[in-house]
Design a protein around this ligand. Structure first.
Ligand SMILES: C[S@@+](CC[C@H](N)C(=O)[O-])C[C@H]1O[C@@H](n2cnc3c(N)ncnc32)[C@H](O)[C@@H]1O
Length: 387
């Protein structure tokens, strides 16, 4: 077993049966709240309103400096914000200290067991059987901690998700196998060139608590802004807020540019997390990512007003440093979000007008025309529509 998960086959708490989690220790949430020094008045309202009790519980978790699990070493709080907390250590310990049914959304991007160098002493090479056993163990714990109606996203390579999807399907409701189109490795002799990741999307129970996918712009030529696909003849009937998002995502950029890279490998684009959290959460929801890496999930959750809990077994300093530079991340997110819920990006509109493709027949909101071409643009004044 190469990723440092504890001793052989001891993933932390596989079943959660013998761990000192709040439930298993048979300490009621109320006792904990009392111990935390909450007023009788507040306690009364907590008892009456289990929703509030739930969020108060996660507050107690976020207030704890050390988490314990008898099967693996204690985990220390690394830093916290008003919205979340990062623990340095094994996700099994963090999970086993959570209340059951307390998470609104889980996003997990585990190591892919591809012998990758993590530069933190972790080795990423188990036998296939061990890797799948380990994956099922943390998946089981996650399912236990997910609220009914909560969403569970698992990002991995198809080789693993083809086995893990049927496993999750026995316990959760399948919603999508999302293909994230991206070249991710060297060509492999005698195989096709691998160029997509699989993003599994399940919910606990049939009915998702939240499902609000963003709409996306029409795909256009980078040189002239012309449509790349034929969307049918009725341009004026197209929703000005954009087209429906499909289950093939080919607009997620890899994080390559050094300026945006927060550590050596594996950082996901904030665009991916922004989309996932848009789809499955609302403000104030509690998001958990067991595998911190560079902290993409946490920083996006923070910027979007979602509460979050994280764990990272290796070096947590890149995550903290990233939070110290949250302003830069915010600027990037704002730029990226200009490209959702619109039929054309501002850039595509500019290109279309410049190259003579025009905007005729499309319904483009006046505010966007004004923003891109100015208040006095003839495109606004033209009665015969846009051209
Ligand atoms: C693929 S990376 C995650 C990248 C992350 N999604 C991002 O955008 O930066 C997986 C991370 O999981 C961490 N890890 C591996 N086993 C772990 C465990 N049992 N508990 C917590 N973290 C673990 C590794 O150190 C690695 O940083």
């Amino acid at each position: 077993m190469s990723i440092k998960l504890g001793k052989t086959k001891n993933w932390g708490s596989r079943t959660g049966k013998s761990t000192p989690s709040v439930k298993n220790a048979e300490i009621s949430t109320l006792d904990l709240l009392k111990a935390a020094g909450l007023s009788t008045e507040l306690l009364q309202s907590l008892v009456e309103n289990s929703e509030i009790a739930q969020s108060a519980f996660s507050k107690i978790l976020t207030d704890r400096e050390v988490l314990n699990n008898e099967n693996s070493s204690p985990v220390k709080k690394y830093f916290s914000t008003d919205m979340g907390v990062l623990y340095e250590g094994n996700c099994f310990t963090v999970l086993s200290n959570m209340d059951d049914n307390s998470l609104d959304c889980i996003f997990a991007d585990p190591p892919f067991n591809l012998s990758k160098e993590y530069n933190n002493g972790l080795q990423d090479k188990m036998s296939d059987m061990d890797y799948l056993d380990w994956s099922r163990a943390w998946i089981d714990l996650c399912i236990q901690k997910l609220k009914p109606g909560g969403a569970f996203f698992l990002y991995n390579i198809p080789k693993w998700n083809i086995s893990l999807a049927p496993y999750m399907d026995k316990k959760l409701s399948f919603r999508h196998w999302i293909t994230v189109d991206m070249t991710f490795s060297m060509p492999i002799p005698s195989k096709l060139y691998p160029s997509h990741y699989s993003l599994l999307y399940f919910t606990k129970g049939d009915k998702p608590n939240h499902f609000t996918p963003p709409r996306i712009p029409i795909k256009t030529c980078v040189k002239c802004g012309k449509e790349q696909n034929d969307y049918g003849g009725y341009k004026n009937k197209m929703n000005p807020a954009g087209i429906n998002i499909r289950d093939v995502w080919s607009d997620i950029p890899p994080v390559r540019h050094n300026k945006y890279k927060n550590r050596d490998a594996n950082e996901l684009s904030i665009k991916l997390l922004d989309r996932v959290l848009d789809i499955a959460t609302k403000e104030g929801d509690l998001v958990f990512d067991p595998f911190g890496g560079s902290g993409t999930t946490y920083i996006v959750a923070e910027m979007k007003g979602r509460r979050w809990i994280g764990s990272e077994l290796g070096d947590c300093s890149p995550i903290k440093e990233r939070f110290d530079r949250i302003k830069e991340e915010q600027e990037r997110l704002i730029e990226m979000r200009k490209e959702i819920n619109t039929l054309f990006t501002d850039k595509a509109l500019r290109l279309r007008v410049k190259s003579g493709v025009g905007l005729k027949h499309y319904n483009i909101p006046e505010e966007q025309i004004e923003r891109v071409f100015g208040k006095d643009s003839p495109l606004i004044l033209s009665e015969s529509g846009l051209h």
